[in-house]
Design a protein around this ligand. Sequence first.
Ligand code: PLP
Length: 375
Amino acid sequence: MALDTWTNLSYANVATTSPAAHRIASEWSDALARGGAAEFDGEAEKNVMIPLRRAAARMLSCGIEDVCVGSSATELLCSLAWAISPPSDSNIVSTRASFPSTVYPWRRVAEESGAEIRLAGHDEDFYTDPGEILALIDQDTSVVSLSHVEYSNGQRYDLSRFAEAAHSVGAMLIVDATQSMGMLPIDARATGADALVSSGYKWLRGTFGAAVGYISPSVRGDLVPGLLGFRSHSDLWDLRADRLELPDDASRFEYTTIHFGAALGLAAAVEELVERGMDEVWRHDLSLADIVVEGASSLGLGVVSPLSDAERSAIVSLRLPEGTSSEEIARRLRDEYRILVTSRAGLLRVSPHIDNDAEDVEMLFEALAELLGQT
Ligand SMILES: Cc1ncc(COP(=O)(O)O)c(C=O)c1O
C-alpha cells in the first residue's frame, strides 16, 4: 500500500474528498491566489450557488427553488432556529443522543424566549425509542428537531412518522440529514420535513466549507432567516442598506460570502452520487455494513447499532471488550495500519461508503484481531 493512502472507514466523521470536488475547489482557490476576483467576477459570484442547488435538488427529488447553500449544517440550523423562534409557551422536542448541533441552536433561542427543550433519553446502546420521542410531542410543541440518522450508533428514524406527529399539533419538523444525505435515497417532499440540512464533508464527499438546506415551499414564505447579510437581498448587486427584499425561494437563507470553491466542488461530488444512483449507493453501503457486523461477530464484539431494515444505516458502532479503550484502538488503527474509524462515546464507529470495498472492511478486522490479541 502506498504510504500516502488511507483506508477511510469513517465517512460519518470526514470523507476522503471526492477527487472531482477537490480539483474544482482547488482550482477556484488557485484563481483567487492569482488575481483576486479577476477570474471570478460579479456575475460569477451571483450564480455560484446554482450548480450545488441544482445537484442537491436532483438528489433530494425537489426543485432548485427548494434548496439553499450554506457554509455548514450548524450555520443553517442556527439561521432556521432564529427564523422559527419558538414562542415562550411552546416546547421543542429532540433526542439526548443527537449531535449537539441538532439541539444547541434551539437551546439558544429557547433561552431567549423561555421555551422548553424536551429530549428523549436513550439506553446504554444509545438507542432512542421512537415512541418516547412521539410521547414528548403535545399541543404546545412548536418544533421537532431530529437527526435523520444518529451520529453515535447510526439509528435511523422514519421521518414521515415524525412529520405527521409534528404537523398534527401545528409544529414543524426540522431534520439534520448530515448523517444520511449521500448515504441513502431521500425524497425531501415525501419525508414531510419542513426543513432539512446536510453538511457537505461527510457522506456527500465534499470538502469543508459548504452545506445544503431544503426549505419546504409550505413554510418558507413565512421564514425570515436568523442570519442576514448583503447576499440576502433578491438583487444581489443592487447594494442599498435602506431596504431588503428576500427572494421567494430557499436562497433567502444565503446571506454572505462563503468558500464558493467548496460549494462548486460539492456540486460535482453530489452529481457523482446522483449519477451512480442513490439506491445503488445505499445498497453498496449496507452490504459493507453487513460485513462489519459479520466481522464483529467473528471477533465476539458487540454491535450496538440497530440492525432492523427500518432502523439501520451504514454506521455500525462496536463495543470493545471490557477494559479496551476505543480511543487507543482507533489511534493504533490509524498509526499502525492507516485505517480510519472513529472512537465515539467509548464505541468504535465504522462508517464505510462508496469509496470502500469488502477488502477494506476485511483489512479492518484483520487489524482488529491483531490489536485485540485474537490471531
Ligand atoms: C448529525 C450531525 N450534524 C451536524 C454535524 C456538523 O456539521 P457541520 O460541521 O457542517 O456544522 C455533524 C458532525 O459530526 C453531525 O454528525
